[in-house]
Design a protein around this ligand. Structure first.
Ligand SMILES: [Zn+2]
Length: 368
């Protein structure tokens, strides 16, 4: 039984770290290609340029369309090759970062993630998820290594709309429960082996940090101030959750988080929001969950404003047979929910989703 864990090469976090970025990037290479969309470019190019130039490195820009598509990847690769870039930096959300990874690993350049929101696990991971130019999911690539560095400026994350921080908490909250579920059956994680003690304890630390500081951090992000609570949640959302899922394992929460996109009504909702409802479903599916802990987690999600019911994911009007059809698709072989030690049928998943909706709705009513 082979155990393995993978990490980004360096993690940097703090208010104003964008202005220090050059100091950390320059040792990796002196020709830096930055991937960002036009909005992010306008917001941060002056500061990043100044910081990289101060470190005696050159900066070039690739303003991409906003979609991490295979077409955009090809354009970016050509640009990186023409410039002989030795570092590719992705600045923005998951799509800019995933595109920067694809360009860097196809041109043998170093790769740096510079997330401007703490909403998902893209910054630390070794894969890129593609969409078509029209925004439809189009597969993924796994790279031989993780980003060389992740640099998170806490003030930039505090200034972003709070919905993204809360979505990141939804994504990260599932990490421990999914890693534990997969570990019970010693299922290999995305990293390519059974989880190490290190991955499991980082996943647990992620969960405990979120439960202790999540509500405080949301309040602070609403006021756009960086506090110790917000710093802890940024680290949990980006670093702990990133290592925890990739080297710990996935289960039902991410089957729904990724798979609910087959239902068009869920398209306006973020990855983390769908994972959140997926977690409630997982907690209703697994009979090894402590009922009190399940209530504590659901109540925490209600307080944060994460979706815990069909209505909050646009699924209120979904007919029973459509939900059953989705459950059949989500229990096809190869889905992460088969990492549980017990078998999950389409009917089991259907029942767990209905139960999750009923539980979430009733806790929401009670806590109003
Ligand atoms: Zn996720």
């Amino acid at each position: 039984m082979i155990k393995t864990i993978i990490f980004p090469g360096r993690y940097v976090q703090g208010s104003g770290s964008l202005d220090e970025a050059g100091k950390f990037i320059a040792p990796l290479g002196k020709k830096v290609l930055v991937v960002w969309d036009s909005i992010v470019n306008k917001m941060f190019s002056e500061r990043l340029e100044a910081s990289i130039k101060k470190a005696d490195a050159e900066i070039f820009s690739f303003v991409f369309s906003g979609e991490c598509s295979r077409n955009q990847k090809d354009i970016g690769i050509q640009k990186a090759q023409a410039l002989k870039a030795d570092v590719v930096v992705g600045v923005g959300g998951g799509k800019a970062i995933d595109l920067a990874k694809a360009i860097a690993f196809n041109t043998n350049a170093h790769m740096v993630s510079l997330p401007t929101v703490a909403s998902n696990d893209a910054p630390t991971s070794s894969c890129s998820v593609y969409y078509t130019d029209d925004g439809v999911l189009d597969g993924f690539d796994v790279w031989p290594r993780n980003p060389d560095m992740v640099l998170a400026d806490s003030q930039i994350i505090a200034n972003a709309p709070v919905r993204w921080l809360v979505s990141g908490i939804g994504d990260a909250l599932a990490t421990w429960f999914e890693a534990e579920a997969a570990f019970k059956g010693r299922r290999p994680a995305f990293a390519g082996g059974v989880p190490t003690m290190t991955a499991m304890s980082l996943a647990r630390l992620c969960y405990e940090t979120l439960m202790a500081y999540g509500i405080d951090a949301k309040m602070d992000a609403e006021n756009h101030v960086v506090t110790p609570a917000l710093e802890k949640i940024i680290e949990a959302n980006i670093l702990l959750s990133g290592i925890g899922w990739e080297s710990g394992g996935l289960a039902t929460a991410h089957t729904l988080g990724n798979g609910l996109s087959i239902l068009e009504c869920t398209h306006p909702y973020s990855h983390g929001e769908k994972v959140a409802f997926g977690l409630v479903t997982q907690l209703c599916l697994d009979d090894d969950i402590d009922p009190q802990e399940r209530l504590d987690v659901v109540d925490f999600m209600v307080e944060l404003g994460l979706p815990v019911s069909f209505a909050e994911l646009g699924m209120a009007k979904l007919a029973k047979d459509e939900l059953m059809k989705a459950a059949v698709a989500l229990t096809e072989p190869g889905n992460f929910l088969h990492n549980h030690v017990f078998t999950v049928s389409a009917l089991d998943l259907f029942s767990a989703m209905v139960k999750a909706d009923a539980l979430g709705s009733s806790r929401k009513k009670l806590l109003k």
